[in-house]
Every structure is written in C-alpha cells, then in structure tokens.
Write a new protein. Sequence first.
Length: 183
Amino acid sequence: MNHEQLLKKHDFKQEKANANYLDEPDLAFPQSIKRYKLVLESYGMSIEEPYFWILNMLREGMQYVDIIKLKDVFTATETSSFFGLTGTRLERQQTLAMQYLAQIGKFIKELFGMIRELKTIDLRLEMYTESNKKFRNNEKDKIENKNLNRSESQSAEIALKNLWIELVEGGAKNSNSVFGLMC
C-alpha cells in the first residue's frame, strides 16, 4: 500500500510542497495544522552545533517525542571551509588517479619492450638451433636434407658470427677487429 492510498484510507489530505521552493516534491505525510520553517544562515559556524541544540530543545524542552527531518539542505559557498576541504580531497583523488594512470602507462611501455626482447631471444634461439643441426649424428636427417640443412646451418652460423662481431667486438667501430674489416 503506497502513501497516497494510506492517506485516503484515514481521510487525510496530503502535505503539499512549499510554493517558494519549486523543486521540492510533495511530501508523503498528512497535511499539517501548522507549519514551521527554520532558516539558519551563518558564515563562520559549523552546522552541527545549532542543529543538535535545536533538536535537543525540541525533544527535552518542548516534549516533542517524534521528530522527523523531511529535508535537509546544506550548501557550501566557495569561501567556506567545507568547500575548501572537499576541493582539497578532490584534488588529492585526481592526483592519485593521474599517478595510477602514469604507472599503468609506464608498465605498458615496459611490457612492449619485454615482448620485443622475447622475440629477439626466440629468433636467436632459432639461429642456434639451425646452427647446431650440422653437428647432429642422425644419419636419416643427413641423407634426406643434406643440402637444405647445410645451407640453413651456414646462414644461421653467419648470422651468429655477425651478432658476435657487432655486440662483443664492437663491429666496424673497433679498428682492432679483423672481423670488423670484413663487414
């Protein structure tokens, strides 16, 4: 049973919203005999102290047992400490998000380097495998693929020697290298 049906059942009229506040919805309560509105505007004071003082006064001083807060409007201007605090928190969260994104970008960049390095390692491992084929003692392999194995193993051997000259001996940069003169 919704609140409109409940109000009709007990022959109550529904409380209407204040005409001064257009965005305020109709309330799900019976129409009041009297209506009070409290507006407290203070530029330097926190909201908690007067709120709890009024709540305590209504409960103990005026013996109102059931107090229902229908709507609480709290706004913060640009000069208030609350606005500054939320701005500081927002800035900190944005800074942390930027740091996380920077770390993720750095990780992805390093990941591509690792993948490139793994491909290079696979290529060199393949060269070593091809180069070592000529040292195998399998007679069937020698008979069937004699010419093919020789050319593949020779090209792999040459590629490995070139890598050795470039990386270890300094290649053409090293004038003392006899191998560098051949390149």
